[in-house]
Ligand binder design. Sequence first.
Ligand SMILES: [Fe+2]
Length: 593
Amino acid sequence: MNILGISCYYHDAAAALLQDGQLIAASEEERFSRIKHDFGFPRQAINFCLESGGIKGQDLDYAVFYEKPFRKFDRILMSVLQTYPQSYKVFRESMITWMIDKLWVGSKVSAELGIPTDKILYCEHHMSHAASAFVCSPFEEAAVLTVDGVGEWVTGTWGVGRGNQIDIRKQMMFPHSLGLLYSAFTAFLGFEVNEGEYKVMGMAPYGQPRYTDKVWKLIRQESDGSFSLDMDYFCFQHSTERTFNQRFEQLFGEPRPPKMLFFTADSGFPAYFGEPPANFNELCKLNQHYADVAASIQQVTEEVLLSMARQLQKETGLERLCIAGGVGLNSVANHRLLSETPFQEIFIQPAAGDGGGALGAALWADNMLLGHPRRFRMDHAYWGKSYSDSEVHQFLEENSIPYRRVDDDDKLLDQAVDRLQQGNVIGWFQGRFEWGPRALGNRSIIADARNPAMKDIVNTKIKFREPYRPFAPSVLAERTEEFFQLPNAIHQYPARYMLYVVPVRSSKQSVLPAITHVDGTGRLQTVFRDSNARYHQLIERFGQATGIPAVLNTSFNLKGEPIVNTPANAYNTFVKSEMDTLVLGNFVVEKSH
Ligand SMILES: [Fe+2]
């Protein structure tokens, strides 16, 4: 039985293929199209999935869309009508895009895949999220929480998963949305919505939550965990350009200019920014205000989520929790859900945003609709395309790129460990690329986490990230607890996917300066031999050589670009940056300085 899940036309477009219930392939479209957060029809991701399964479109038993277009259109229509005439522009734009393609996605899928429309199914947006978390989790029974910006009408759900079914018991409805509240602050702080939420989370530890009282004017939470927004402060319900209005600005001041460099007295002025400006102190003060705003929205978001989760736990009495929806990528909040609620174990879909809806929709059809028993557990995120050594070889030869072929794996790993110890930055390209937004050791840039200068080196050479974007560590799963405060680490699934920010043990912070954030935390990835043997071996050998079984791991891309997919993408990124070494499978390319 072949089931293809599809998400598109809103945030991240993606496709995922199940064959007899097993996930065969999954990818966001951006990896192929090279357009960040590409939301168009995921033609290339679909082709990749079909090829991976050795089938053609006509062989599909079902194609499942991750939401119900008519219901979503209903919400857009209703909300613009309620706010007419302010919403005139949205109304006009929506009519054009919805009438042209969004409403008729079924016909589009049918035409593209060559399958009849009766083989096309539609799963509700939040059910897609819920299924993407629970159905492939290791839990037979669990509470399920989904929280995002908005789907059709729903912005969050509480439910229970048991066997192959999910019972959604309570819902939050548009415009009352925790995701849209966070996005309003993302925009206020000068970042792009649906892209910059991480930056708000990373900026928060530089500030103090001084403005939580003001944030609580915007959102009111009831004792049952539900909440409502005071819509007098927002305009996302009638504007596609602005999310907050002047009343919001009266509370928090002028929005932060998007191009303003971020630094505070704590961060200092990073060397890779160049010369400090004459008004350094004044700008520090201003940035401090924005960091305080970030800390305030982050804290309120955490408290709302904690309260939602505690209520769900109280009502269900369950000890396991599954999470999906874009807010599930808030890895600081996620760790608080583990440490401050009675839930003992959590599973979060690594593609918690809308891309993951493609997988959830397919799982929903296979399990809940067709009634198959659960038969797939997601233990890793390596579901993208891989390139064989002969493909890499051909690419290098055709482009006359000097390389070294190291067929002996031991030698390859030893050479990489030597380079890391010498302070080199390595582009590490292996196997299938990752599903979801995080690079987890197959399309990663890696470096020595022990080197206090490494943050600046990686930023100067490649990333040019501001201090609020900490670098993450990959650590051997079995040795995690020596370095991080994460009890029972090997059973904490979200850490496999870099979805927990946890305290670095105080005695280890000075040992791991390149990955310890200003507040003493790290967004760790636990690495397992079973799911990524080569990356595990690399870190193990680095540990044998240095005593520290962890490396700095950042995604293999340049600023603003999607993570690399092909050897050519990787090589181009290598050339454009000042990375020292590129390892493509068993081939090594070095830069002569
Ligand atoms: Fe969503």
